[in-house]
Design a protein around this ligand. Structure first.
Ligand code: ATP
Length: 255
């Protein structure tokens, strides 16, 4: 299994998609991230595994700067997102899509309105015809064109996850962060979401960090798996390397 290492080549657009260098984040006395390092290459899917409460959500919130690390660098296309403010931060964030655990779909809006909302906020000059085309393309990429005029309450949990994914890809992000994309879904629906993540990865050439406890999701989506333990990147390797590992901290995920 490869040793954890930091790649310093994060300072130009030809470099990796994300370079996380020596991130620390504490809440009071509680150290959550404790010198975490990770490089995600362009067009790579990295799954971050970790037991409950180890800081996986804190990590991805730091990447989109919903939280600010205490120290360390997070390079996105050569820019340190930790140091950015205001318009520069907004611009860097626009490269990142975030699929929330709870989907964050507005119940009172139709599916069309849910998709139109982020588009209008980002590109307020877009013409209606362009908006309609983007909505159609995004819904088509998740196989739900026919739901455009429905209300969220008319859709199943798996369909809502797809809509949340359509709302993420409609902004054409270079990077997608998935927070437990299959949690709460039955096995069949979870498998459909896994293949959709792979379809989107192939179609839009996105780089992703996927947080998951679901070993099927890890197997189906990971180019590389990283184990977050004690605030650090404890181990990394392929799913197969993890599966055959003798390390007790890794083996427990396969029990
Ligand atoms: N805003 C916050 N203020 C204080 N403590 C926080 C905050 N956000 C997270 N924490 C703490 O940081 C730790 C890691 O939380 P986090 O949500 O990242 O865990 P996780 O690995 O994503 O867990 P799970 O798999 O259960 O979602 C927890 O102890 C949590 O209570």
């Amino acid at each position: 299994m490869a040793e954890t290492k930091t790649t310093a080549n994060g300072n130009n657009d030809n470099g990796p998609a994300i370079v996380i260098e020596d991130i620390y984040k504490s809440f009071g006395e509680k150290k959550v991230l404790n010198g975490f390092n990770l490089t995600v290459d362009k067009n790579e899917n990295v799954v971050v595994l970790g037991k409950s409460g180890t800081g996986k959500s804190v990590l991805i919130k730091c990447i989109v700067r919903l939280l600010t690390p205490d120290s360390g660098r997070i390079m996105i296309s050569g820019q340190d997102i930790v140091q950015l403010e205001n318009q520069e931060l907004d611009k860097a964030r626009s490269k990142i899509g975030f699929l929330f655990q709870g989907n964050a779909i507005y119940d009172s809006m139709t599916i069309r309105e849910n998709l139109e909302f982020p588009l209008r906020r980002r590109w307020f000059r877009l013409k209606q015809v362009e908006i309609d085309a983007r909505i159609e393309e995004a819904l088509d990429s998740v196989g739900l064109k026919h739901t455009v005029d429905l209300m969220p309450s008319e859709l199943s949990g798996g369909m809502l996850k797809r809509i949340a994914l359509a709302r993420t890809v409609i902004l054409k992000p270079e990077i997608i962060l998935y927070d437990e994309p299959t949690t709460g879904l039955d096995t069949v629906t979870a498998k459909e979401i896994d293949s959709l993540i792979m379809d989107i990865h192939r179609k839009y050439k996105t780089s992703s960090i996927i947080i998951s406890h679901d070993m099927n999701c890890v197997k189906n989506t990971a180019d590389r798996v990283v184990l977050l333990l004690d605030g650090k990147c404890y181990a990394q390797g392929t799913y197969q390397e993890f599966e055959s590992s003798d390390d007790e901290n890794i083996k427990q995920f396969f029990d």
